[in-house]
Design a binder for this molecule. Structure first.
Ligand SMILES: Nc1ncnc2c1ncn2[C@@H]1O[C@H](COP(=O)(O)OP(=O)(O)OP(=O)(O)O)[C@@H](O)[C@H]1O
Length: 670
């Protein structure tokens, strides 16, 4: 016969809090399992504690949490071999603590029902009533001579406490599921929930004879005990079927707040929505949320991985969290660590830094644009590929020139210490695989004499090759700014360094590229026209495109045939405006009809054109064959210049091929 120890009323002040909670957590009933398993983990930890202090001399056994289901009885139970509870403790912790904390929760939030609570923490044991019509606790305390007890409650304020014949230490919580919650009796569902919430809890969770959680939380381990492969394996586990990350940062601090975690730098793609966080938030190895946008500085959103902190308040609303002082400090700490890790890599492994730069750079630029402190931290390690070749090039590795040393915070330092200067030798720009990288500061300094505060850049090495070559041949240094973020970053840099102007290699030509003395030579004694004027006329007539401005210049070059006969120029401001518009309208950038065709009067082809066109003068009626040829060649030169800029659409390509054949036919006619 069961002895009824107590039957009674749970003293809470809000009658029937259950409907309120149910409404609150409508979509999140599943968290009940996380809460029960968390309690089981705590119970095992508490037993270990009393065993360590000597308060408990018995055998603690192998820690174990077991989930069991009984489809016939519609029950789901969670058992642990932890500390257990005495009858008094059940009355105190379950009747009072569990119910009153649920009540407190409701009181706190019922006035703001639309506020979303991070992870719905703080409900604990009571959350079982979201899915169960009856909850029973069967428990035996570790204390010598304790009587096992059984507690049962249907979610009302009525409970019943009886003696139990349980003989092993620990607790079993059994839920009789409501009919609409029978999904939780499906093994796949249980495994799914354990993987989601409890995968990294520190004790084995068993179900149907096997352990179903991973148990090990790599972020809680010391960085020195983890290998490269361990980090990668963890990443692949968290983000399956993704490319490997470029780099990671292991966060590990106990003071003045506890934060552990591993953050990975994934490869950034233009189509990645950087505003959607992918960092998982944990509290004591318990999964809380898939995004922690309030905790992580916005610019770190592209990172992936795990943050685990017991100092992030969870039973609060998201808006509260954003303004919480500790959370702000944690965010600063994380940002600083990320910056330090990048600087460390720059200092210690320049080769890897450069190899990953195309992706890391995107991240660093994104961060610099979004966060002033981060910008200051990384400004010395922002590098650009350059056409400059003056940097030493070691056989297989990275060459170096003098640049300011980068300061990296030491591992044992914490966020409150000032960054100590690095003791490493000064580091600088470098060459890798024949590609040279430099900083903006260095670029400006190097080119001060020739073009102060002007930066020449290229956004596409292939389509702008002609222009880059032209600059290079005259010793003008060009930076490659070809990442998808660079167009924004250039505007940002211009705001930052208000004296510095950026112009793309095809925007205009620097005076040093032009031979000013050549253009005045008179070529037509009857009309007194200069070579420039004749050429301009020829092209204007041949192209017959009023929106294209024809400009004639003699380009400087050591070898006249090496420079292009003509190039298309797009003024910087106009081009940027078009790009901006296209972005706003979400359209592809179209090549503008208004542009400049710069014809290189010193190119032999252009000079020959004058001779060919002269043949037409003797003709009396209609265009002469040579005039026709001159027109065709002008059009052809224009097409070639366009092609070096943008390529053709189908019609353009068709016309180009047809004319190419025509020109060749003409040239081969005897
Ligand atoms: N499996 C268990 N073994 C031993 N004691 C338990 C167990 N489950 C619950 N308890 C006791 O009941 C109390 C109330 O549990 P409840 O889950 O409501 O709150 P909590 O765990 O203290 O906090 P939280 O809201 O973070 O879950 C616990 O503090 C604990 O003392």
């Amino acid at each position: 016969m069961t002895t009824i120890l107590e039957q009674g009323n749970i003293s809470i002040h809000t009658e029937n809090i259950f409907p309120i909670i149910k409404k609150w957590l409508y979509s999140d009933h599943e968290i009940f399992l996380r809460e029960l398993i968390s309690n089981a983990v705590d119970a095992i930890k508490k037993l270990k504690m009393v065993s360590r202090t000597g308060e408990y001399a018995g055998d603690t056994g192998e820690p174990e949490i077991t989930i069991a289901i009984d489809k016939d009885k519609k029950t789901l139970s969670v058992s642990d071999n932890g500390i257990g509870m005495t009858a008094d403790e059940v009355k105190k912790y379950i009747n009072q603590v569990a119910f009153s904390s649920a009540e407190e929760f409701v009181q706190k939030y019922k006035s703001t029902p639309d506020e979303q609570i991070i992870g719905h923490f703080g409900l604990g044991f009571y959350s079982s009533f979201m899915v169960a019509s009856r909850v029973e606790v069967d428990t035996l305390s570790y204390q010598a001579g304790a009587q096992a007890v059984h507690w049962s409650c249907d979610g009302s304020t009525q409970f019943e406490l009886t003696e139990s014949d349980r003989t092993d230490r620990g607790t079993t919580v059994t839920l009789t599921l409501m009919d609409e919650e029978l999904d939780y009796l499906e093994p796949y569902r249980i495994k799914q929930l354990v993987t989601k919430y409890c995968d990294f809890m520190p004790f084995p969770i068993k179900f149907e004879g096997e352990q179903i959680n991973k148990q090990k939380a790599p972020w809680k381990e010391s960085p020195s005990s983890l290998s490269q492969e361990d980090y990668l394996e963890f990443y692949r586990y968290l983000y399956p079927f993704q490319e490997d990350p470029l780099l990671w940062v292991h966060l590990n601090t106990d003071y003045p707040f506890v934060v552990n975690g591993i953050l990975y730098f994934p490869k950034l793609k233009p189509d990645v929505d950087v505003t959607k966080g992918q960092i998982k938030l944990f509290c004591n190895q318990v999964f809380v949320s898939d995004n922690c946008e309030e905790v992580i500085p916005r610019f770190l959103m592209p990172l992936r991985g795990v943050i685990d902190s017991t100092d992030i308040p969870l039973n609060v609303s998201r808006s509260f969290l954003q303004n919480d002082r500790t959370v702000r400090k944690i965010a600063d700490y994380i940002a600083k660590k990320v910056g330090d890790r990048l600087k460390e890599l720059y200092r210690d492994d320049r080769e890897q830094y450069i190899r990953g730069w195309q992706d890391l750079g995107t991240f660093v630029k994104f961060g610099s644009m979004n966060d002033d402190k981060f910008k200051k931290q990384v400004e010395d390690i922002l590098i650009y590929r350059t056409t400059y070749e003056g940097v030493g090039n070691r056989e297989s590795g990275v060459g170096e020139t003098e640049l300011p040393a980068v300061q990296v915070q030491s591992e044992e330092g914490d966020v409150w210490q000032d960054v100590r200067p690095s003791e490493s030798p000064s580091s600088g720009s470098a060459t890798l695989d024949g590609k040279t990288y430099t900083t903006l500061k260095e670029y400006l300094e190097r080119n001060k004499e020739r073009h102060e505060n002007r930066v020449y850049y290229c956004t596409d090495a292939a389509s702008q090759a002609t222009y880059v070559e032209l600059h290079k041949s005259q010793g003008l240094e060009v930076l490659f700014m070809d990442s998808f973020i660079d167009s924004h970053f250039i505007s940002f840099l211009e705001r930052e360094y208000s004296d510095v102007k950026f112009s793309r290699v095809d925007a205009d030509l620097d005076d040093t590229l032009i031979d000013k003395d050549q253009a005045t030579e008179i070529v037509d004694p009857t009309t007194n026209k200069t070579r420039s004027e004749v050429i301009k006329e020829l092209f204007t007539t041949a192209l017959n495109k009023p929106k294209v401005t024809i400009r004639t210049e003699a380009l400087k070059s050591d070898n006249a045939e090496a420079a292009p006969p003509a190039i298309v120029l797009l003024p910087e401001t106009l081009r940027r405006m078009r790009e901006m518009n296209a972005l706003l309208m979400q359209q592809a950038v179209e090549f503008p009809e208004e542009h400049t065709l710069l014809v290189n009067t010193s190119h032999p082809l252009i000079q020959n054109l004058i001779n060919i066109s002269k043949g037409s003068v003797v003709q009396t009626s209609g265009p002469s064959p040579s005039a026709e040829l001159a027109t065709l060649i002008c059009q052809h030169v224009y097409d070639l210049a366009l092609m070096a800029q943008k390529g053709f659409d189908a019609d353009g390509m068709k016309a180009f091929v047809e004319r190419s054949n025509q020109v060749l036919t003409r040239l081969t006619q005897s």
